[in-house]
Design a protein around this ligand. Structure first.
Ligand SMILES: [Zn+2]
Length: 201
């Protein structure tokens, strides 16, 4: 049967589990525990897992193979709708005249998770050829991100990727912890401010 002929369930399971482990370790290093634990869990759902096992590639995403075969990737549509670390999750109708769909600004902690996802994906696919510059070099080629992602979120992602390439993990992760701290503080202040205003009414 065609379906079972290409079945690579075990390999696919190992790949996603290893990828999740790397992302978890990176997220934990910057204090994103919940996101580290929850990262890409939907890949174990039947909709995503069956496609991954059927179109397993080893050196690139199985979604591309599904796209070539079917004209669209059901697995990816399922994935991006549930995982906020993908900028595609944040694509929505814009209020700008002349524009229909566009990338909304992403919360800082999801841009950070996206950054960790890039590092882990590059490590899984490039193995011993991986260096701190790999995620940045890979990013420069992806046109989709540049045209669709919100400019502020893209700027932050690129700052992190470049910093990693030049200064390495230690220094970059210390910087990430700092921007996450500042962002938490800012959100708390905004929340308190909103409630203050509401009380006065
Ligand atoms: Zn993901």
């Amino acid at each position: 049967m065609g379906f079972w002929k290409n079945w690579k369930g075990k390999e696919h399971f190992r790949t996603i589990t290893y990828h999740r482990k790397l992302v978890r370790q990176y997220c934990f290093r910057v204090g994103l525990y919940r996101q580290g634990l929850m990262h890409d869990l939907s890949k174990y759902s039947p909709t995503e897992f069956l496609v991954g096992a059927r179109y397993f590639q080893g050196d690139r995403s199985p979604n591309n193979a599904e796209r070539e075969a079917k004209g669209y990737s059901s697995s990816w549509l399922h994935h991006k709708g549930r995982n906020k670390h993908h900028f595609e999750y944040w694509i929505d109708y814009t209020l700008k005249p002349g524009e229909i769909l566009g990338g909304m600004k992403m919360p800082v902690h999801f841009v950070v998770e996206m950054f960790m996802d890039r590092i882990a994906a590059c490590k899984v696919y490039q193995k011993e050829n991986y260096t701190d510059a790999s995620p940045w070099l890979y990013h420069k080629q992806s046109r989709r991100v540049h045209t669709l992602m919100h400019p502020d979120s893209l700027r932050l992602l690129e700052r992190l990727l470049k910093m990693l390439a030049v200064r390495g993990e230690e220094e970059t992760f210390a910087y990430v912890r700092k921007i996450l701290r500042d962002d938490r503080h800012r959100r708390l202040q905004a929340f308190l401010h909103r409630n203050e205003i509401r009380k006065k009414r």
